[in-house]
Design a protein around this ligand. Structure first.
Ligand SMILES: [Zn+2]
Length: 465
């Protein structure tokens, strides 16, 4: 098997920061299967983005009609949900029929998880399991079968070519600064991916990029901002395009990244449950990935904005049908062809992505990616005995951690809490930071509909920003 971790050149210090695939062993057969899917579908995938919205909608409805019947027939949770709603197989003929189906939330899945699991059968060892807190604080285990995971990768491969504005040569590297390695690190040696932790010292990352010369760089915007500040000669890096993901970023921040690296930056909106939701194009529009999922706005207000409700079109294994993810979105009402050539509908706004930066009395702004890496490592583990949490800062010297113990437990693991507190003080470079922990039955809902996992509630007059 092709091993990206061998490409460290003369930088042995990089090794501890390289992510390799631990969740599921990569096989040559799996890589070759995916390569075949990509080479055989590449043109069709690009052509799909040029279909008219009417054509796409008709295709989506047909797929959804089949998926709903399938879930009703094979999936205990959906059987019960739809039976209670009076649904019968074959009922989905129009969008009104689809819109009349009940929705489900993350809490519905968590509460009924055994019903989601009993459908899985003996193939579970082959599956990809992701635990997500998303941007709400609830833990959900999302399970994908290999077919679904392949679809996700195909959509990503298409996005990279949209970013490059041309076909990607099979020896062009993708460089990821992220929390975990992807399902595949190459397709039989083609389209290789190198994944480094966002905690790796920026100087080391840049030295490595200079040697590897990847065509595409992806990562948290805050990591890329830190990295960009150190770039002297962007041409030396070989990067052609950058994408940002997993964390809120402003247009101004992405412009800074673009200027630092001298290449265009494209943002991506995705979630563990639904994978790629929308991708930014050269015109700054967020195109919904219409052949990955159906997106609608639930109960839109007078401006057309409201909660996203979506159906993952390729997931027959753990179906997400009319799934309320919690984000606020607005779909552009007047559909006009985008000059980038992509005819998929666009989002005019998505997520209320602010107030996620906490602040330290010592170092100033604390980037969300650092905080995410900490809670990923410490709080999102089985040993933590935690079902939900929220990190709230109310004053520059005080952070409160709200905790909901996992069902059957009265408290959260004490060692976990100590590790989190130590990690947080280290992140803030503030040994005297006060960290309160409060065990609650449920996380109190915030101002926005969506619960935020990290929230800065420091009153403006006390803020050091
Ligand atoms: Zn466009």
């Amino acid at each position: 098997l092709f091993a990206p971790e061998k490409f460290t050149f003369d930088l042995p210090g990089l090794t501890p920061y390289i992510h390799t695939n631990l969740k599921r062993a990569e096989t040559l057969a799996g890589q070759r299967r995916l390569l075949r899917k990509w080479t055989e579908n590449r043109e069709r995938l690009h052509a799909k983005t040029r279909q008219s919205p009417e054509e796409i909608a008709a295709w989506q409805l047909e797929r959804i009609s089949f998926l709903v019947d399938y879930a009703f027939s094979t999936h205990p949770f959906y059987y019960r949900l739809y039976k209670n709603a009076g649904f019968k197989r074959g009922d989905i003929v129009s969008w009104d029929d689809y819109n009349a189906l009940p929705c489900l939330t993350k809490a519905d899945i968590i509460e009924n998880f055994p019903l989601f699991q009993c459908n899985f059968g003996p193939d579970e060892t082959e599956c990809l399991i992701s635990r997500t807190s998303g941007s709400s604080g609830k833990m959900l285990t999302a399970i994908f079968d290999p077919a679904m995971a392949d679809h996700d990768i195909l959509h990503c491969l298409r996005f990279y070519e949209q970013m490059l504005g041309r076909p990607r040569a099979s020896d062009e590297w993708l460089y990821q600064l992220y929390l975990v390695a992807p399902y595949f690190t190459s397709l039989n040696g083609n389209y290789p991916i190198f994944t480094v932790s966002q905690d790796c010292p920026p100087e080391l990352i840049l030295a490595h990029i200079q040697r590897l010369k990847p065509a595409i760089l992806t990562g948290f915007p805050s990591t890329l901002l830190r990295l960009g500040a150190l770039v002297d000669n962007p041409k030396d890096l070989g990067i052609k395009a950058i994408s940002t993901n997993s964390e809120p970023s402003t247009k101004a921040e992405r412009r800074l990244i673009s200027e630092a690296f001298g290449v265009p930056v494209y943002d991506e909106y995705s979630s563990v449950e639904l994978c790629l939701i929308a991708t930014e194009c050269g015109e700054g529009k967020y195109h919904i990935v219409e052949d990955n999922l159906r997106v609608d706005v639930l109960n839109p207000d007078s401006t057309g904005s409201g909660e996203i409700v979506a159906t993952a079109l390729h997931n027959s294994f753990m179906p997400f049908i009319r799934y309320r993810q919690g984000d606020q979105i607005q779909i552009q009402s007047q559909h006009s062809a985008c000059s980038c050539g992509n005819c998929f509908r666009t989002l005019s706004t998505f997520m209320g992505r602010t107030d996620q930066f906490l602040e330290s009395r010592v170092t100033g702004s604390v980037p969300p990616d650092r905080l995410m890496a900490l809670y990923d490592r410490v709080l999102l583990t089985e040993e933590a005995r935690l079902s939900e949490f929220q990190i709230v800062q109310t004053a520059p010297d005080c952070v409160t951690l709200y905790l909901v113990p996992a069902s059957g437990h009265r408290s959260v693991d004490a060692r976990t809490l100590r590790r989190f507190q130590e990690g947080l003080r280290e992140l803030f470079c503030d040994p005297n930071l006060e960290i309160r922990t409060e065990t609650v039955d449920a996380i109190p809902p915030g101002k926005s509909h969506k619960r935020r996992l990290i929230e800065n509630r420091i009153p403006l007059e006390k803020s050091c920003r």
